[in-house]
Design a protein around this ligand. Structure first.
Ligand code: PMP
Length: 402
C-alpha cells in the first residue's frame, strides 16, 4: 500500500486529460509582459483568465510604491503580528480599508483564502450555526470545517430556501452566520443580497459577504455587489482579497461590529501565520487609492466585458450568467472542454478550464475573466480565435451526428 494510492482516480483523470494536449492545470508562464499578455509556450498570449480585473499589476504608481518600500522596509515581516509585532503599514492599510468601506473596523490577512478562514471560524463558535450557499468557494467551506459550529447548506442564490433553513433552526444554536459571495467566481452570477438581507433580518442572523470577485468592479465606489444593490448597511461582515482588483496578494475583512478586533486574539488563521509583507502593503494601499480616484477603470472593464459577452453569445456559445467580467462558456463534456482549451492556448489565448469537482452542478466550462486593461482590439482577436473554435466544434458535432 502506497500513501498516494488514494489519488489513483485523480491520476487517471489527469492522464486522460494529458492525452488530449497540454496541461491546463500547470501552465508555465515563461514571461509576463503586461496585465493582459504573457509568453507561454514560446507564443505571445492574450490573458483572459487572470482575475486582474482592473489591470493594476502593472500600474506604474503601484510598482513604484512597492519598489520604494522594498528598499526601505525589506522583503518580509518574517512573523505573525501577534508574536512579532504589527508594522505601521498594516494599521495604515487597515485604516484605509475602513475608510474606503465607511466602516469602523478592518483587518488585513496574508491571503484572501485566510481572510475567509479567519473570519468564518473566528465568528462561528461551538454553539453557533453557519448557513452557507451551496456554490461557496473552497475557502468558505474550509472556514466552515475549521469552525466548531454546525454548517447548514442552502440552495445557491435561493433566499426562500435560506428562510426555510433558518425557520427550522429557530431554536437551535445561539448565533446564525449566513455566508454568501457577491459575484460567484465560476459562473459569474451575482447574489440577490437584497433578498438575503430581508431573510437575515427576519431571523436575527448575521450576514457575511465575500466580495472577492466583485470588489473594485461593482457599485459606484467599487465596494461590491452589496453597494450596487444598496444594502451595505445590512451586511455585517465584508471579506475580500488583494489578489484580484488590487493586483497583490492578501485579504481583508471590514465590519462595524465594535468587538471585531477580538478576532485578532481568537482566530488561528490570523494569529498563526506571517503577516503580509511591507511591499504588499504599499502596492495595495496605492491600488486602493487608484480604485477611489479612477472610476473610469470600472467603466472600461464593463465595456470590455460587454464586448466579449456579446461577441461570444453571437458566435452561438452558451453563456452561463448575465453580463459580468466573469464569463463562463458551457462545454458539452470534459474531453471537448479540454480540446477547446488546447485550441485556444495554441492560438495564443489563455482562459481557465474548469471541470466538475471545481464547478457547480458538475458543468464543464471555459472561464474568461475580463480586465480594464484589455484593449478592444485584443478582445476582437480573442473573439476571432473563439470563432475558429466554434467552427471546429460544429464540424465535430456534425461528424458525431453522421
Ligand atoms: N473567495 C473567493 C470567492 C475566491 O474566488 C478566492 C480565490 N479565487 C478567494 C476567496 C481566496 O482569495 P486568494 O486567492 O486571494 O487567497
Amino acid at each position: 500500500m502506497d500513501i498516494f494510492d488514494k489519488y489513483a482516480g485523480i491520476e487517471q483523470r489527469h492522464r486522460a486529460l494529458l492525452s488530449i494536449g497540454g496541461d491546463p492545470f500547470a501552465v508555465r508562464v515563461d514571461r509576463i509582459i503586461s496585465a493582459t499578455e504573457a509568453m507561454i509556450g514560446g507564443r505571445r498570449t492574450i490573458l483572459v483568465g487572470t482575475n486582474n480585473y482592473l489591470g493594476l499589476t502593472f500600474d506604474p504608481a503601484c510598482i513604484e510604491a512597492g519598489r520604494e518600500v522594498l528598499a526601505t522596509d525589506g522583503t518580509g515581516t518574517t512573523g505573525s503580528r501577534v508574536a512579532n509585532g504589527t508594522y505601521g503599514r498594516h494599521t495604515d492599510l487597515e485604516a484605509a480599508f475602513a475608510r474606503f468601506f465607511d466602516r469602523q473596523k478592518a483587518i488585513v490577512f496574508t491571503t484572501g483564502y485566510q481572510a475567509n478562514l479567519a473570519t468564518i471560524c473566528g465568528l462561528a463558535g461551538p454553539d453557533d450555526v453557519i448557513l452557507a450557499d451551496a456554490d461557496s468557494h473552497a475557502s468558505i467551506w474550509d472556514g466552515c470545517k475549521l469552525s466548531p459550529a454546525e454548517t447548514v447548506v442552502f440552495r445557491h442564490n435561493d433566499p426562500d430556501h435560506l428562510d426555510k433553513r433558518l425557520t427550522r433552526l429557530a431554536d437551535k444554536g445561539q448565533c446564525k452566520l449566513v455566508v454568501v459571495e457577491g459575484l460567484y467566481s465560476m459562473l459569474g452570477d451575482t447574489a440577490p443580497i437584497k433578498e438575503f438581507v430581508e431573510v437575515k433580518k427576519k431571523h436575527g442572523a448575521f450576514l457575511l459577504v465575500d466580495e472577492a470577485h466583485s470588489f473594485g468592479v461593482f457599485g459606484d465606489k467599487g465596494r461590491g455587489v452589496a453597494e450596487a444593490q444598496g444594502v451595505e448597511a445590512d451586511v455585517d461582515f465584508v471579506v475580500g482579497t488583494f489578489s484580484k482588483s488590487l493586483g497583490g496578494s492578501g485579504g481583508f475583512a471590514v465590519s462595524d461590529h465594535p468587538k471585531f478586533d477580538l478576532l485578532r486574539l481568537a482566530s488561528r488563521p490570523y494569529m498563526f501565520t506571517a503577516s503580509p509583507s511591507p511591499a504588499t502593503m504599499a502596492t495595495v494601499s496605492e491600488a486602493l487609492r487608484q480604485i477611489e480616484a479612477r472610476p473610469e477603470l470600472r467603466t472600461r472593464i464593463w465595456a470590455n466585458a460587454e464586448q466579449l459577452h456579446t461577441g461570444l453569445r453571437d458566435l452561438g456559445f452558451t453563456l452561463l450568467a448575465p453580463l459580468s467580467p466573469v464569463i463562463a462558456i458551457r462545454m458539452p463534456d470534459e474531453a471537448t472542454a479540454v480540446m477547446a482549451w488546447n485550441r485556444l492556448i495554441e492560438a495564443g489565448v489563455y482562459v481557465n478550464l474548469a471541470l466538475p469537482g471545481g464547478t457547480p452542478g458538475g458543468v464543464c466550462l471555459l472561464r474568461c475573466s475580463v480586465s480594464a486593461a484589455h484593449e478592444p482590439a485584443q478582445i476582437a482577436t480573442v473573439l476571432g480565435c473563439f470563432a475558429e473554435l466554434a467552427s471546429e466544434l460544429d464540424r465535430l458535432k456534425g461528424q458525431n451526428a453522421a
